[in-house]
Write a protein that binds this ligand. Structure first.
Ligand SMILES: *Cc1c(COP(=O)(O)O)cnc(C)c1O
Length: 421
């Protein structure tokens, strides 16, 4: 394993000073380079973003907002935050951007706090149909502090049931309606959701964590013109640093800013804020727009190739970067499939399918996504190969067969190197 150049001269220093952690950095890099990364929420961020994250901006306290900080010495980091805000507003056509949330979940806490009080009713996608923990899970603050009513997909189409959503909205009069999910392969009809919000006087909140990168690349329609508030992560298809962001209409700008700071966080992570600016600049390029379209083309190809292997695509396919696959046809459950694929160097996750007869720890499905492999430069041909590797791995209990598949995985990934010197 050769040392990778993006660690730069400081990597030598780290390996001398802390061989244990430097070994983790190197073996994690090797893991990312050699296995197939099909986790739908992961990506390979650029070296420029990584360089920003590993910078001295990490040392700076900057509580407050640019021009209104509680600490001195913020003149340089202010420039970075202004750039991130301006780039976000221009890329998404938003009135206002808050670039400080430490993560997607933090951004969502800020949204709840800005628009609701504990005990208020919020309508959000059911976790068992693809919603996120922060959409009302009983083990999450959202489920503990709010009266979250869940809507789901129709059993026949496995698509959001907008009639049910409207009926629930009329019956429960929510303060806020959340759309967006972590395991929903189709597009959300924002126009329909807006109409329902208007009918019942609810705030329209879109949690765009998963698909915002596709919006940034102009590959799918944007929620920004419709929603009062859009929260998201910056590290999924968007390919930026780990973090969160919130876009709002002007009328809600002050409420969101107050909710993030001082309402929910202390100092922003300025290295991440600068990394968000770098990623947003990358997202505005024709190369990124092509990338985001390729992500969808690849997801569709992977999805239909898996159907060709005797598995069923939930909701009949995908319109985004991820597919949810019902693998009951293979006779193997999601948990076992996940383990077998892992042993074969294929990193994906087990996932409940709508109306899943299995428990969440077992599941009848897997979720696969194409943001990372597309960043590597893989295309439709590779997706067909990957589907066949997945199918063989899922159907094999023999460790020797799985390790043979792993060799094939390594041969494939070696043709699409990432972060190589
Ligand atoms: C990933 C995700 C989040 C949480 O993001 P973290 O950065 O992991 O906190 C929130 N909402 C949705 C819909 C997500 O997919």
């Amino acid at each position: 394993m050769t040392k990778d150049i993006f660690y730069g001269p400081d990597f030598d220093l780290l390996s001398k000073q802390d061989p244990e952690i430097s070994a983790v950095l190197l073996s994690e890099l090797k893991r990312q380079q050699t296995n197939l990364q099909l986790i739908a929420s992961e990506n390979f961020t650029s070296r420029a973003v990584l360089a920003t994250l590993g910078s001295t901006l990490s040392n700076k306290y900057a509580e407050g907002y640019p021009g209104k900080r509680y600490y001195g010495g913020c003149e340089e980091v202010d420039k970075a935050e202004y750039l991130a805000i301006e780039r976000a507003k221009s890329l998404f056509g938003a009135d206002h951007a808050n670039v400080q949330p430490h993560s997607g979940a933090s951004a969502n806490i800020a949204v709840y706090q800005a628009f609701t009080k504990p005990g208020d009713t919020v309508l959000a996608m059911s976790l068992s149909h693809g919603g996120h923990l922060t959409h009302g899970s009983p083990v999450n603050f959202s489920g503990k502090w709010f009266n979250v009513v869940s809507y789901g997909v129709r059993q026949d189409t496995e698509l959001i049931d907008y009639d049910e959503l409207r009926d629930l909205a009329i019956a429960n009069k929510p303060k806020m309606i959340c759309s967006g999910a972590t395991a929903y392969p189709s597009l959300v009809d924002f126009e329909k959701v807006r109409a329902i919000c208007d009918e019942v006087g609810a705030i329209m909140w879109v949690d765009a964590a998963h698909f915002i990168g596709l919006v940034a690349g102009k590959a799918i329609p944007s929620p920004v013109p419709y929603a009062d508030v859009v929260s998201f992560t910056t590290h999924k298809v968007l390919r930026g640093p780990r973090g969160g962001m919130i876009l709002t209409k002007e009328a809600h700008a002050a409420a969101i800013d107050k909710s993030v700071f001082p309402g929910m966080q202390g100092g922003p992570i300025m290295s991440a804020v600068a990394g968000k600016a770098v990623a947003l600049r990358e997202c505005a390029t024709p190369e990124y727009q092509k990338y985001s379209k390729d992500v969808i083309t690849n997801a569709k190809a992977l999805c239909s190739a898996l159907e060709g292997e005797g598995m069923r695509a939930v909701s009949g396919g995908t319109q985004t970067h991820l597919a949810l696959i019902d693998i009951r046809g293979t006779g193997v459950n999601g948990k076992v499939a996940d383990e077998r694929c892992g042993n074969a160097g294929i990193v994906l996750n087990k996932n409940s399918i709508p109306f899943d007869p299995e428990k969440p720890g077992i599941t009848s499905g897997i979720r696969v996504g194409t943001p990372a492999t597309t960043t590597q430069g893989m295309g439709v041909e590779e997706m067909k190969t990957i589907a066949s590797l997945i199918s063989r791995a899922i159907r094999s209990e023999d460790p020797a067969v799985l390790s043979g598949i792993k060799s094939e995985v390594h041969a494939l990934t070696s043709k699409f190197p990432i972060y190589n010197a």
